[in-house]
Design a protein around this ligand. Structure first.
Ligand code: SF4
Ligand code: SF4
Length: 520
């Protein structure tokens, strides 16, 4: 047994940047889109220059609707549809890069003092993966929706590849449970903190590699040519589904055009199993482009970033998604970013250690847990005691319960007071998406900054950029929530009360970031 030292007891007040991982959501979950329209006795129009490639196979000169010009974005979507092999080549390239960054460093020795990201593969991989790759995957959701999933993600590509060659079994009910996104996100976030996933390559391989192995296993057993893993189980899919709601581009479906289009259409190979015809949300769409131009009714289009959130009504958002947003992204993830900086954490842990020592109870002060359960790298002087593990879990879960609980109660009260036919608490919670996304991005870039600081270089203006990003996102969330409340048909007094209640979640999370970057 290793006796606790005062240094080890205090160690966790030190600056160690950590973060959350993954997520997903189910809303608008539909059966696999294996659409086959009744064949009509007519013929498709001849292919026009610049027009979408047609999935339809039956010609129909008689009743064809007029050809619609394709805009630049739509042509980009069509190009994605035509160049699927190129996209697959990109995906396999990313699979190779993923192996290089995640698998190989896990079998290399820990970096020695004085080594840098340009001289050590382990440090380079940590910086490339956690410092650059992940923050900008999060940022990409705001800009281009889930194109990461449809074009680049190695795990998505591997699970789909596996399902092409697997058993092709039907999807059981337990997989469709809408709570998986929250549970998977919560588990990976907390477990990642316990084993220091951002600092150690073995830990990263365990979490990311484990997730990839599960994705492949699910692909081998369930579904055919599809991404059952992505649709129901991926720990980040729910987060990506929420963030992509504010993306300024999406694959839009013209349902009238769909219905009018003559001839029998070929099947859409939609890997995340979306009912494309009725798709109204970007949340589940991987933006892969395979349906672009289908029936001349699907096209990549620009839209107002707030449109999807402002148009959502009561009972349109799944409870799992709303919980993921409030208790997961804003709760657990923020707690995971926060504990390493928090003086409250230090006080809590030291108080518990003191109490244990006074009662001659040293079991929880031992640091003999294996590295895959708690951080254990004696050569780097980084070892967690059992008490550390308990304190970390308590802090993260406690923060999520208190901050998320306050937000949840306030949102529910606001919906009760003024929701009427306009919104329920889950609809109103969507207003917090910008804040949640900015929090994830800024939290992840804490890792980037820490790594750059270790290299002796800190980019200028970081505090200002952070303040602008967080401040802008808070203002955006505020505006969204107040717009939703203002649209309610409830009496003005009720709407005013609801608006004040909406300030509670915004204030809670804004003050958390203030504490982290200013007060502490
Ligand atoms: S949902 Fe699928 S494609 Fe998207 S991040 Fe998860 S594994 Fe990758
Ligand atoms: S809806 Fe279209 S773009 Fe979206 S994932 Fe399915 S096939 Fe790809």
């Amino acid at each position: 047994m290793n006796a606790p030292t005062s240094e080890s007891l205090l160690r966790h007040g030190a600056e160690r940047v950590r973060e959350p991982e993954r997520v997903r959501e189910p809303e608008r979950v539909r059966e696999p889109e294996r659409v086959r329209e009744p064949q009509q006795p007519n013929h498709a129009p001849p292919r026009q220059p610049g027009r979408a490639p047609q999935s339809s196979v039956t010609p129909n000169p008689g009743h064809a609707p007029p050809v619609r010009p394709r805009r630049a974005l739509a042509r980009l979507g069509d190009a994605m549809q035509r160049h699927r092999r190129t996209i697959m080549a990109i995906q396999w390239f990313i699979v190779g890069s993923y192996l290089l960054l995640v698998a190989i460093p896990a079998f290399l020795p820990l970096p020695e003092s004085g080594q840098s990201i340009v001289s050590n593969l382990v440090l380079f991989a940590q910086f490339a993966f956690w410092g650059i790759w992940w923050p900008f995957v999060i940022a990409s959701m705001f800009l281009v929706g889930r194109a990461w999933c449809g074009v680049f993600c190695p795990e998505g590509a591997l699970t789909e590849f596996a399902s092409r060659h697997g058993l092709g079994r039907g999807i059981p009910r337990w997989i469709r449970w809408s709570g998986w996104p929250f549970v998977a996100f919560a588990c990976t976030t907390i477990y990642g903190q316990l084993i220091s996933v951002y600092e150690y390559s073995r830990a990263a391989l365990l979490i990311l590699g484990g997730s990839t192995v599960l994705a492949i296993a699910v692909g081998l057993v369930y579904g055919r040519n599809s991404r059952v893993w992505c649709r129901y189980l991926c720990p980040v899919s729910g987060v990506f589904g929420l963030l992509s709601k504010v993306a300024p581009v999406h694959f839009a479906v013209d349902q009238q055009q769909w219905a009018q289009h003559p001839g029998r259409a070929a099947r859409i190979d939609c890997a995340p199993l979306i009912d494309v015809r009725h798709m109204t949300s970007t949340s589940d769409c991987h933006s892969c482009g395979r349906c672009s131009g289908h029936r001349d009714a699907v096209a990549l289009e620009a839209r107002r970033p707030n449109a999807e959130i402002l148009s959502a009504g009561p009972r349109q958002i799944g409870t799992g998604s709303a919980f993921l947003l409030v208790f997961g992204m804003l709760g657990l993830a923020t707690g995971a970013f926060q504990w390493t900086l928090s003086p409250w954490f230090v006080v809590m842990r030291q108080g518990a250690a003191k109490w244990l020592i006074e009662h001659d109870s040293f079991v929880l002060l031992r640091d003999d847990a294996p590295w895959w359960l708690l951080t254990h790298y004696p050569s780097a002087s980084d070892v967690f005691t059992w008490l550390d593990g308990i304190a970390i879990v308590t802090y993260i879960v406690g923060y999520a319960a208190i901050a998320g609980g306050l937000a949840w109660l306030a949102l529910r009260a606001a919906a009760r007071v003024a929701g009427a036919s306009r919104f329920d608490w889950k609809t109103l919670a969507l207003g917090l998406v910008p804040m949640a996304g900015a929090g994830l991005f800024v939290g992840l870039t804490m890792i980037t900054i820490t790594q750059l600081r270790a290299e002796g270089w800190v980019p200028p203006g970081v505090p200002i950029v952070r303040a602008v990003l967080l401040g802008g996102a808070i203002a955006w969330s505020l505006w969204l929530g107040l717009r939703i409340v203002a649209d309610s048909p409830a009496a003005i007094v009720r709407r005013a009360v609801a608006a004040v209640l909406y300030l509670v979640p915004v204030s809670v999370f804004a003050s958390t970031w203030y504490l982290m970057y200013v007060a502490w």
